[in-house]
Design a protein around this ligand. Sequence first.
Ligand code: ADP
Ligand code: MG
Length: 335
Amino acid sequence: MGEFELIARYFQRPQRPLDDGVALGVGDDCALLQPTPGMQWAVSSDMLISGRHFFADVDPRTLGHKALAVNLSDLAACGARPRAFTLALALPEARAEWLQPFAEGLFALADAHGCALIGGDTTRGPLNICITVMGEVPPGQALLRSGAQVGDDVYVSGTLGDAALALQCLQGKAHLPPALLTAARQRLEQPTPRVALGLALCGVATAAADVSDGLLGDLGHILTQSGVGATVEAEIAIKLIAACADNTGSKGQFDTKIPDALALQCVLAGGDDYELVFTAPPARAAAVQAAAQASGTPVTRIGRTEAAGGVRVVDGNGAQLPGPWASFDHFAAPP
Ligand code: ADP
Ligand code: MG
């Protein structure tokens, strides 16, 4: 199978009615997009590299899903509606058994969000997937990292820490019962981009980011760019890790094999959850819950912003817990 046969077979599909706005898709030197009049483009790229972002032998179907999901998550964080994406793919070899499920996983998520594959590049090389997504947002409506105000509530969507805990288990550093590991692994390998929530938060949230590198790190970007700080309540945060919660969901009765310190570390610094962290003034608390309900995405208030810079994590008595809660950084000095 040659390069062009590969593209035609796996990545070129007949244009569908869904793809309005795509004047020309895969096959020419450029794609042509027709923007909705008056809208702004929101554009973002994310690269996934074998051995760094995923295990080389990961199920290609889940990899196709995740490669697009992490990109859609950036659109979600901006409150943008997905429209189109490009796919730059380096492959060690052209194998149908890999390409077919990869394309299926990719297109299943793309179709669920009405996001059309409009072009890309294909080359031989170490497995590397780079997607660029394009979405639309009304001018001035995009959720930015820079809008948080002192006294805003800090919220996160969904659950946090499960992806990191699954990774710890896969690396043999922690242990979960099989059913919980399956669920946690699903969060690691097939994250759900919170696109509907992001759209619903436009005009409600003052700032937002997606949690890709760890809650405190990504919240830290909001705080730095907004010129504020925040306090995060550990007792609320630790309950966000679904893999450790008991069935009643009340206190979070942790599996004896997962110490609280590890659970908290996964929640605060784990990363790969692709939830949204965002801020909104207390006066909009009802609007935040309405956005959560409208998008079918639970949100939890985990703290408050304040004038003093940085992030403080406090226990139930308000006492500050010692860090550091290092988030993921590709170029951080090794410990
Ligand atoms: P060029 O030589 O102009 O860079 P290519 O020969 O690389 O173009 O690609 C031919 C067409 O196939 C282009 O329309 C390109 O956008 C598309 N394409 C290449 N690789 C992919 C891919 N992995 N997914 C989708 N479209 C692709
Ligand atoms: Mg060309």
